[in-house]
Design a protein around this ligand. Structure first.
Ligand code: XMP
Length: 511
């Protein structure tokens, strides 16, 4: 395992991604973690990430002293600077920030640059306001750039390395190779991290945690994360798993039927299906404030889930599809509070009074690793590639108050839109595509008659993690075709618009 000590860079997760992609298991811990934690993990190498602070300022984070005990270390950007400062070198503030592409000139042999083009120098991505000005004893320069005379440094004897640039971002040519070289040639790690291996490990882990008699409840939503958790648990403990599918009546067309068909009929997993759509709808009646809607849905969900869970005799564990980014984000490096843009509702947020022990087999995985695991478990591709769908469902795709009629109109429009996207082979190129039903009516003309119906908004974005997003650039022919179909086939809609807003400043969902 390679341990990544996080100093708060926006791209720390990418270091773990690149290493795992190359087959090396890696984990991220905040620089503020307890030192003993590092020892227990027994890493074969340590990466010190970049970060927003300045080593030259008082009271900025440092690597814990315990790491300088013979383990190979690679410092990136802030990581390189703190490494130098802590080992006796000097760091100074730049007169101006260096940001963007820079040409790297490799001037000495070093395993870090193994297998990279020797005859040409290559481009790297820089983003820093400080630079190393004096090397610690034992270090020498292995590469330089115009703005950074110590762009890459090494103490080959002690296996300490530092780079001023960011090898984890795609803008650095050969960046993945540099990280792979560190893991393989310097830390002597074996590239054995794969989802096939993880599956076996996770199943063993569940068996050990749950024991021979323990019973587990798993909330199923129809999304890929909870489906993978359910399938994994079923392989580990069979009938001692009961899935609870709370149908809040806010799902897309045919979605509830698909979930039931797949899990209870096809996989033969104990499934409690609770159709609570009336309960949710009546509690949401007349509520138009987005945050209130989310809160009601979250609270109703817990109530219904709890009711069903109480009926499952002897269940003492609750399985959840918590992912690695959720884990990392919840241990904020700065320890500060995040601004709430929307209160997210997930099966995850169950209250403590339920007294169930958590089973979280996806806690160390990124989303695309979960998809890979789903394939290893034999889940169908349509489910694995399904676009993310928010916990509050269609309720947040109908701005303002909702009712059964509006939900039906939206379901029909959404189904046509997705059918056309699939037909064009675009579904897997898009992170999320969906229709929104607007609470405004506009005038139209159908045949010879006047119509006065709702407006439907179409949204499609590309993204890697949902944190930022770009609109998907459909052809105008495609959009007019979808608009014509929706207006002709969905009664209740007479106008269709396409949302051209990226995130930020927009969010992906409309509420
Ligand atoms: P926004 O709208 O915040 O969405 O740009 C970012 C991603 O999160 C999804 N989303 C949710 N997922 N519960 C969820 O499980 C929620 O309450 C929720 N709200 C938004 C959204 O679909 C997008 O993928």
């Amino acid at each position: 395992m390679i341990l990544i000590i996080d100093f708060g860079s926006q791209v720390t997760q990418l270091i773990a991604r690149r290493l795992r992609d190359a087959g090396f298991y890696s984990e991220i811990v905040p620089s503020t973690s307890d030192c003993n934690y590092y020892i227990e993990k027994k890493p074969k190498g340590i990466v010190l990430s970049g970060g927003p602070n300045s080593v030259t300022k008082f009271n900025t984070p440092r690597a814990p002293d315990i790491i300088w005990n013979g383990i190979p270390i690679l410092g990136i950007c802030y990581g390189q600077q703190t490494l130098c400062e802590q080992l006796g070198g000097k760091v100074e503030a730049n007169t101006k920030r260096e940001f963007g592409r820079a040409r790297l000139e490799v001037i000495a042999e070093c395993p870090l640059f193994h297998n990279l083009p020797k005859e040409t120098d290559f481009d790297v991505w820089m983003s820093h306001g400080d630079h190393v000005s004096e090397l610690p004893d034992g270090f020498s320069v292995i590469a330089r750039s115009t703005g950074a005379p110590f762009a890459a440094i090494a103490d080959i004897e002690r296996n300490y390395y530092g780079v001023q640039f960011h090898p984890e971002v795609v803008q650095t040519n050969g960046g993945s190779q540099i990280l792979e070289n560190f893991a393989k040639l310097i830390c002597k790690c074996v590239p054995n991290w794969s989802m096939a291996a993880y599956k076996i490990q996770a199943i063993d882990g569940i068996k050990e945690q749950v024991g021979n008699t323990g019973r587990v409840i798993c909330g199923l939503s129809g999304g890929v994360d909870s489906s993978v958790v359910a399938k994994l648990l079923h392989q580990a403990i069979g009938d001692r798993l009961t899935c609870v599918f709370v149908d809040h009546g806010l799902l897309r067309k045919g979605e509830a039927e698909e979930v039931i068909e797949l899990f209870s009929n096809y996989y033969n997993i104990n499934l409690v299906h609770r159709d609570a759509s009336q309960f949710f709808l009546s509690n949401l009646k007349g509520v138009s404030d987005p945050e209130k809607k989310r809160k009601i849905i979250g609270a109703n969900f817990i109530e219904v889930f709890d009711e069903e869970a109480q009926k499952i005799a002897g269940a003492e564990f609750l399985a959840q599809g918590t992912l690695y980014p959720d884990v990392i984000e919840s241990i904020s490096v700065a320890g500060g509070k995040h601004v709430t843009i929307k209160s997210h509702h997930n099966v995850g947020g169950l209250p403590e009074y339920m007294k169930l022990k958590l089973v979280e087999p996806l806690r160390t995985l990124f989303k695309d690793e979960v998809r890979q695991l789903g394939r290893e478990l034999g889940l169908p591709e349509v489910l694995i590639r399904r676009h993310p769908f928010p916990g509050p469902g269609l309720a947040i795709r109908i701005p303002g108050s909702i009712n059964a009629d509006k939900l039906n109109i939206l379901r029909n429009a959404d189904a046509i839109y997705l059918e056309e996207i699939r037909k064009e082979g675009l579904y897997n190129k898009i992170w999320q595509a969906f229709a929104v039903l607007l609470p405004v009516k506009t005038v139209g003309v159908m045949g010879d008659a006047r119509s006065y119906e709702h407006v439907c908004g179409l949204r499609a974005v590309t993204s890697t993690d949902g944190m930022t997003a770009e609109i998907y650039p459909f052809s105008s022919e495609f959009l007019s075709h979808v608009a014509t179909r929706i207006v002709n086939e969905v009664s209740g809609i007479n106008r269709v618009v396409y949302d051209y807003t990226s995130k930020p400043p927009g969010t992906i969902e409309w509420e």
